[in-house]
Design a binder for this molecule. Structure first.
Ligand SMILES: Nc1ncnc2c1ncn2[C@@H]1O[C@H](COP(=O)(O)OP(=O)(O)OP(=O)(O)O)[C@@H](O)[C@H]1O
Ligand SMILES: [Mg+2]
Length: 618
């Protein structure tokens, strides 16, 4: 508390599968990439756990993988959402968020060397990341000692970077941002094709003045440049084996060398028609020549997987190609000529490759951080003025009225523990059919982190009112990538996923659906919440449970249970269940902090705080 008031500093972080980047918005309101301590604009997302206990993150860690593959972690992003990383490191099982936190710690450290204390960040994730992976990303930020202002979808960040460039250019010399919105109001519809090192996303969005609205999103979280590398590696290994009868992949060190050689060869093939990959195994050096055509044939199935998603996302957005103004490419793998050829063939347009594929996501995240910080400060100021206490738990009558009017239900104060052991029954279809109410939900207040410093007005960071006005004027609207539903028991006892919020619903949203009790005299109701599109709940990911413990005595089978899902812009889901006659309710917040529980996060944070992280080996 002794610190003088200052504006908090937030940065944007693109936490990539293979490379990470960070940016901030400078005093002129322009997003700028923050180089790492080694002077590079991107940092390999590779962590090397030295025997000494020191941790190396970045290019040196990548180099160490050849010598000590067992001590190096690559592509941890692909394992976010899993309980533990796929293999123990130095005999310890590590949760992926703790490993990611080491990458974030290095980025934070390097940013602080350039900018001074960093309080928090907006961290980006693939739009197609499910809830568990988002939660894990948020946990990683917290473990690294960052206040996670938001977890933002990568394509939204990229489009924000793109749209902001336009908005900013047009605003130069003008002091009236409202006029600006009018002048730029011709809507543009863009498709963002983002192929990185480990993930693929494709998103359709509309940019209208200062409004950026995501229409639909699709993708594959297990598809990226790494898979292209693996195709080359495997083909080279087969060629080696055919010649020398031995498989070089069996040697972990040679495997690591081959990974590097395959990626180099792939990059060379983006610039040239032919490249060479060298392998030395069991004292036998072999050079394998690869043409671009051979590489494209070898990886055609991977490229096709992206094509099928493009077609699907256009269907979901209800768009045809003549309605698309821009096709934007993002991610290092879009440098492969095969990607550009595919986009030209499918879209009939020349893709816009003017965005820096390695930096634009971090830039968008930085812009989003600046916008969020300004808005939050303003909201807090308004709140402090009004200082109105929050309403207490709503009465049954109030809830009914709220529902009948189709407005969002008031927030409940005490969420139930989603994992509490209860003897509970399910829910069934309502006897008189489904009834659904959808409304725009109330925006959530994200300010939960304890204030360590007295925050002064963040607009102090900018040297003109124009910069803050432009940032304040921008609005982004997202959709959810995956359907959210509840497990419903049919008359024949089969269980189905009853989707309440379908994929690609504009957020925030609040939907109330009517269900019935499964049996007569049911004593409790357990609503199991799942994420996914499949009808069969076992094919979906369970993400929480909401239980009404004490139903009134003597309820008939099929008695009404209302279930409300409220999903906010940053992907936080509140679920509420209410029995209609008694008004008995239960609610649960499916919060990202559930990935690791709060105790595990604080423990990991203490461990990571003590660890020495550096970009260079001694
Ligand atoms: N010139 C090039 N030709 C082909 N591939 C390239 C080229 N340059 C970079 N790449 C590939 O781009 C990928 C890295 O891109 P990027 O940094 O956008 O991914 P990321 O952010 O790490 O991953 P993700 O967004 O999937 O989490 C790597 O697989 C790299 O090999
Ligand atoms: Mg990326």
């Amino acid at each position: 508390m002794s610190e003088a008031p200052r504006a908090k500093r937030y940065i944007g972080i693109d936490l990539g599968t293979t490379f990470s980047a960070m940016a901030y918005v400078d005093p002129h309101g322009t997003p700028v990439t923050i180089p790492n301590a080694e002077g590079s604009l991107t940092t390999p997302s590779v962590v090397y756990f030295e025997q000494t206990g020191q941790v190396i993150v970045g290019a040196d860690a990548r180099a160490a993988a050849v010598e000590h593959p067992e001590l190096v972690v690559e592509c941890v992003k692909r394992e976010m959402g899993e309980r533990f990383y796929s293999r123990p490191i130095q005999g310890r099982k590590l949760p992926p968020p703790a490993i990611s936190a080491l990458i974030l710690k290095k980025l934070k450290q390097d940013a602080e060397a350039k900018l001074g204390p960093i309080d928090g960040a907006v961290i980006t994730v693939p739009a197609y990341f499910d809830e568990g992976r988002r939660q894990a990303t948020q946990a990683a930020g917290e473990i690294a000692g960052l206040e996670v202002l938001d977890v933002l979808n990568e394509p939204t960040a990229a489009s924000l970077g793109f749209a902001y460039r336009d908005i900013k250019r047009k605003s130069d010399g003008q002091d009236d941002v409202l006029r600006l919105a009018d002048e730029t109001s011709k809507a543009k519809v863009a498709v963002v094709y983002d192929l990185g090192g480990g993930t693929f996303d494709v998103t359709v969005l509309r940019i209208e003045g200062n409004n950026l609205t995501v229409l639909a999103t699709d993708g594959d979280v297990q598809l990226g440049g790494k898979d292209w590398d693996m195709k080359l590696l495997n083909a080279a290994a087969v060629a080696f084996k055919a010649k020398h009868g031995a498989d070089p992949r069996t040697d972990e060190h040679v495997f690591q060398q081959m990974l590097v050689a395959a990626e180099d060869c792939k990059r060379a093939l983006s610039a040239r028609d032919k490249a060479r990959m060298g392998i030395t195994f069991a004292g036998k050096p072999v050079n394998i020549d690869v043409t671009r055509q051979q590489f494209e044939d070898l990886t055609a199935d991977l490229l096709y997987r992206t094509e099928s998603r493009i077609v699907r996302v256009m269907e979901a957005a209800g768009m045809s190609w003549d309605q698309i103004d821009e096709v934007l490419t993002v991610g290092g793998s879009t440098r492969m000529p095969q990607v550009i050829k595919l986009l030209e063939r499918v879209t009939g347009k020349k893709p816009n490759t003017s965005l820096s594929p390695d930096e634009v996501v971090a830039h968008g995240a930085a812009i989003h951080a600046a916008i969020t910080q300004l808005k939050r400060y303003q909201e807090k100021a308004v709140e402090a003025k009004a200082a109105k206490p929050k309403p207490a738990v709503a009465t049954q009558a109030e809830m009914r009225i709220a529902e009948e009017e189709g407005s969002a239900l008031p927030m409940m104060q005490e969420p139930v523990d989603a994992n509490a052991e209860t003897v509970a029954d399910g829910i069934a279809p309502h006897p008189s059919g489904a009834s659904t109410t959808t409304t725009a939900a109330i925006a959530a207040d994200g300010s939960t982190v304890a204030e360590a410093i007295i925050e002064s007005n963040p607009s102090e960071q900018y040297d003109s009112n124009d910069a803050t006005d432009v940032l304040r004027a921008i609005q982004t609207h997202n959709v959810n990538a995956h359907g959210l539903g509840v497990v419903m028991t049919n008359e024949d006892k089969t269980k189905v996923n009853s989707i309440i919020v379908p994929a690609n619903t504009l957020l925030p949203t609040s939907v109330t659906r009517r269900y019935g009790t499964v049996v007569s005299n049911q004593t409790s109701v357990s609503v199991i919440i799942v994420e996914g599109e499949a009808q069969d709940p076992s094919q979906c990911i369970p993400i929480g449970k909401c239980t009404i413990e004490k139903l009134p005595w003597g309820l008939r089978k099929g008695s009404t249970i209302y279930v409300t899902f409220s999903y906010d812009n940053s992907g936080r889901l509140d679920v509420k269940a209410m029995e209609a006659t008694s008004g008995a309710t239960a609610s649960t917040a499916i919060d990202r902090t559930n990935a690791m529980n709060q105790v595990e996060i604080s423990e990991a944070k203490q461990v990571v705080e003590k660890m020495v992280v550096s970009g260079k080996r001694d």
